[in-house]
Design a protein around this ligand. Structure first.
Ligand SMILES: Cc1cc2nc3c(=O)[nH]c(=O)nc-3n(C[C@H](O)[C@H](O)[C@H](O)COP(=O)(O)OP(=O)(O)OC[C@H]3O[C@@H](n4cnc5c(N)ncnc54)[C@H](O)[C@@H]3O)c2cc1C
Ligand SMILES: *[C@@H]1O[C@H](CO)[C@@H](O)[C@H](O)[C@H]1NC(C)=O
Ligand SMILES: *[C@@H]1O[C@H](CO)[C@@H](O)[C@H](O)[C@H]1NC(C)=O
Ligand SMILES: CC(=O)N[C@H]1CO[C@H](CO)[C@@H](O)[C@@H]1O
Length: 438
């Protein structure tokens, strides 16, 4: 896909990890004619069969990187809400019966458990919505030449080349090595690259339990409509409660209702972050909740528990010729639906800066400018996402529904309405040594 007129850069990059971040970054760098190789530990590219949602300006970022990414996204978009709800992020309800009085009423105006408290609109009409992860990844893979990825390559270490070039040497678990001008770690929440950038003893090197876990499951839409009615089943809902909240939204073009049911606990000791559970265990976790949530939980197929971890803030995303991007840099809880969106923004900014670089001497300056421009916004996502989870579970503003609504309706705009063009201008000024205007 590299155009033949532009001369290739004199440097050559290694990308570690071929998830959403690694693939989008690759497509973005190829647009700038930058030679690179992806090293992926798995035997092939792959994602899980769950949904992932993108906010309005994440789709704008795709368009800015490449219309073909945006096209892949539009092709895979699966969550179609009804005409009335198409501009709503979520409809908010109270799911926990312990919030209600004897009559089942949760608010002075007579609103009952399970009924709408408020609707949370998007603040812009840019394209947004969920995709099936595996389908989206498959579409991205089609945009990458076969010569770019190398599979079965688990990175274990990185060192500086001894030939005086300043290059990095990557060491893989299969005993092979590779030499590149620089490396970008897109190796996800359990990133080895992150350990190498921050140092193994840095407490920020590894993710920590966020205090919440989630049951994830699917319900065929016909059954969901039978249980909840058309309006509630086909549109995105959040049910708030004490130390728990439940999310439902349509996927697979409205054929399936996706459920993510969250609960809180202090610690997570199982070395596995995803464990099988039983329906009984799940139901007892929501005793005290209202009939709607019980119906949803009872109907979930094949429930898994996912422990939710996130990264403590890293002091930097770059060290010498190594740099972190996506979850490797800033893995977050999912409560603002913005983790994957941040990967795309990262890829846009880093690839555009790379496009300005002429030689290997420029690479460290690119990484520095990228780090400075992306770190504050992406670390704010991790922090506010954790707060959002607490807000939905009456742990931030308590169970004062007015305060909860006020907080919720004003917390997403800075994520959705970002002016990425202006962000890039600031990053370019940092790169070229000028003082960034805030
Ligand atoms: C429950 C849940 C729900 C979410 N929902 C949303 C949502 O609705 N919207 C949203 O925007 N975000 C969401 N997110 C966040 C989103 O899933 C992530 O931000 C995104 O998938 C991260 O992509 P990535 O490419 O950085 O990492 P990953 O997808 O983890 O990819 C890392 C890749 O690196 C490879 N790898 C790992 N280690 C090595 C190594 N040593 N050597 C070589 N290769 C290696 C892995 O095999 C993998 O392919 C959610 C997250 C969770 C947990
Ligand atoms: C979603 O799209 C499907 C297929 O295009 C359609 O059959 C269905 O009615 C749509 N659902 C809603 C709620 O608009
Ligand atoms: C929401 O709560 C967070 C955390 O307490 C706070 O920083 C923020 O200012 C609140 N927002 C509003 C609009 O109340
Ligand atoms: C509401 C909106 O569209 N916000 C921003 C989305 O991103 C574009 C481009 O970066 C901005 O111009 C918009 O202001």
């Amino acid at each position: 896909m590299a155009s033949s007129e532009a001369p290739q850069k004199t440097f050559n990059l290694a990308i570690v990890g071929g998830g959403i971040a690694g693939l989008i970054l690759t497509i973005a760098l190829l647009k700038h004619d930058i030679p690179l190789t992806i090293y992926e530990s798995a035997p092939h590219f792959g994602e899980i069969g769950a949904g992932v949602g993108f906010g309005p300006n994440a789709s704008r970022a795709m368009d800015l990187i490449s219309p073909s990414i945006k096209a892949a996204y539009e092709k895979c978009k699966t969550s179609n809400q009804s005409e009335r709800c198409k501009d709503l992020f979520f409809t908010i309800r109270v799911g926990d019966a312990r919030k209600a009085n004897k009559e089942g009423v949760v608010r002075a105006d007579g609103t009952k458990v399970g009924e709408t408290i408020f609707e949370m609109p998007y603040t812009t009409t840019w394209s947004r919505g969920g995709v099936h992860r595996a389908h989206f990844l498959d579409e991205l893979v089609k945009l990458i030449p076969d010569s770019v990825p190398k599979f079965g390559k688990r990175l274990v270490d990185i060192s500086e080349a001894t030939d005086g070039s300043g290059d990095v040497v990557l060491y893989f678990a299969d005993g092979t090595t590779a030499q590149h001008s620089a490396v970008i770690g897109c190796d996800g929440i359990k990133s080895r690259t992150r350990e190498l950038v921050l140092g193994k003893d840095d407490p920020a090197a590894r993710a920590v339990f966020s205090g919440k876990y989630a049951y994830r499951g699917l319900i065929p839409m016909d059954q969901a409509v039978e249980l909840l009615g058309d309006e509630e089943a086909r549109n995105s809902q959040i049910f708030f409660g004490y130390h728990g909240h439940v999310l439902t939204f349509p996927i697979e073009k409205g054929k399936t209702m996706n459920v993510v049911a969250f609960r809180s606990r202090e610690t997570w000791n199982d070395p596995n972050w995803v464990v099988r559970t039983s329906k009984e265990e799940m139901l007892s976790d929501y005793s005290g909740w209202g009939p709607t949530v019980h119906k949803i939980i009872s109907a979930m197929q094949k429930p898994d528990i996912w422990a939710l971890f996130n990264h403590p803030p890293a002091a930097t995303y770059a060290k010498g010729r190594i740099c972190l991007l996506g979850d490797a840099a800033h893995a977050t809880t999912p409560h603002q639906g913005a983790g994957a969106g941040m990967c795309i923004e990262d890829a846009y900014i880093l690839s555009s800066l790379m496009g300005e670089a002429n030689s290997v001497e420029d690479l460290e300056r690119v990484f520095k400018a990228y780090d400075e421009s992306r770190r504050p916004r992406t670390q704010k996502i991790v922090k506010t996402s954790k707060e959002a989870g607490m807000l939905y579970e009456f742990e931030l503003e308590g169970d004062d529904l007015e305060a909860v609504e006020k907080n919720m309706t004003s917390r997403m705009s800075w994520i959705w309405d970002v002016d990425l063009g202006a962000e890039l201008e600031k990053a370019k000024q940092l790169y070229h040594g000028g003082k960034a205007k805030i």
